[in-house]
Design a protein around this ligand. Structure first.
Ligand code: PMP
Ligand code: GLN
Length: 378
């Protein structure tokens, strides 16, 4: 068979989690919590299952969940998304991203993505005949050079993908960044895919700048979100997509034949759980405590770092430790030191000189303590 994606390897998340399990290493590679979702939310799923919510949900998701998401957007950001026509529940953000790209990208379309980039964007673009155009973030501080962005736009540019807070760097986009992007995109027909799965995991009093807040962005944006990140249940794979009605109509044409609809009982439970805003509003403080604990414990290690501003990831620079490339170092750490992390070169065309690993701190304090002890002895 002639492969449609000849250059695409197995995802680094599968590789590192499999190795971590085999090696019985502390797994700070793939991003997921090692603690459970709130029992109250789990009980709500049980209740939904026991009360017959076990057949297909409506194609765009159950209305009560879409309504609660709409209310959240209104209360938090003062923006309006119509639950009937502008919100669709998806099988995690991954399916939302896949569907938005599938619904809009044609052969030879160009899509700008910022590198290092989360791993699912590029193969999806290529699958539909598009071409990912890499925009390098500043390797020191992960800032965006907006003049560079402007210079890479051509008549073929169909979409730009942004991700804030950013995986893997923990960088967040400022209001000024968003205004720069607005300036570049207004008066064009370029679409925006704004991946905001870590919207509630933001630190140091910063405010999440959703694309929804910027009219010239919102009118062209698919915004993707994930309940897995917000409610500590990545295994449920439930998320959603927001977009203006005309874009959402195209999205749903694909969604209905991609999954048709998403599992029903978790939607019923999530709709109820979202009625208590503290369930997501306290998330930033919760993870900031974990980031601070992790960083305070490794401050005297040989790793160098700038504190993450958002997400549950921390980058650590290991140039003082070894000349190995990040992939080899990550494998050796897992096998010899029993701690697993993600080499970030895989998010950036295998640029092996980056000397940076990504560590997930969505872990019990006890796990963070054990991990830090290992890292201090390297
Ligand atoms: N985008 C980013 C930036 C992510 O980090 C992730 C999950 N790690 C996703 C999308 C996918 O989210 P989900 O698990 O809900 O599919
Ligand atoms: N988003 C998670 C991460 O960045 C993992 C998602 C996955 O396993 N595909 O680690």
């Amino acid at each position: 068979i002639q492969s449609k994606l000849p250059a695409v390897p197995t995802s680094i998340f599968s590789i590192m989690s499999t190795l971590a399990n085999e090696q019985k290493a502390i797994n700070l590679s793939q991003g997921f919590p090692d603690f459970d979702s709130d029992k109250k939310l789990i009980q709500l799923v049980n209740k939904a299952m026991l009360t017959g919510k076990n057949q297909y949900a409506p194609m765009p998701g159950i209305f009560s969940l879409r309504r609660e998401i709409s209310k959240k957007m209104e209360n938090l950001y003062g923006v309006s998304y119509n639950p009937e026509s502008e919100i669709t529940i998806t099988a995690g953000a991954t399916q939302a991203i896949f569907t938005a790209i599938a619904a809009t990208i044609k052969k030879d379309d160009e899509v700008l993505i910022f590198k290092p980039a989360y791993d699912c964007y590029e193969p999806t673009i290529e699958l539909f005949g598009g071409k990912a155009i890499a925009v390098q973030l500043n390797p020191e501080d992960f800032n965006i050079d907006w003049e560079l962005v402007r210079s890479l736009i051509s008549s073929k540019t169909r979409m730009i993908i942004i991700n804030t807070p950013h995986n893997p760097s923990g960088k967040i986009l400022s209001a000024i960044d968003m205004l720069q992007l607005e300036n570049i995109l207004k008066d064009t027909n370029i679409l925006l895919l704004s991946d905001e799965v870590y919207e509630h995991i933001i630190f140091d009093g910063e405010i999440h700048q959703t694309a929804a807040l910027f009219p010239a962005l919102a009118e062209r944006a698919f915004i993707t979100a994930s309940f897995g990140k917000t409610f500590h249940n990545t295994g449920w794979k439930v998320g959603y997509c927001l977009a203006p009605k005309n874009l959402m109509a195209e999205f749903r044409k694909v969604h209905q034949f991609n999954v048709f609809s998403v599992n029903h009982p978790t939607q019923v439970a999530l709709a109820e759980y979202l009625k208590t805003p503290n369930n997501y509003l306290e998330l930033g403080a919760f993870y900031q405590q974990k980031r601070d604990l992790f960083l305070s414990l490794i401050k005297d290690s040989r790793f160098e770092f700038t504190p993450s501003k958002g997400t549950y990831f921390q980058l650590l620079n290991f140039k003082n430790i070894t000349d190995e490339n990040d992939f080899d170092f990550a494998i050796r750490l897992t096998k010899e030191n029993k701690i697993a992390a993600i080499p970030i070169s895989v998010f950036n065309e295998n640029k092996l000189d980056t000397k940076v690993l990504r560590f997930c701190f969505a872990k019990k304090d006890e796990t963070i303590n054990k991990a830090a002890e290992i890292l201090c002895n390297i």
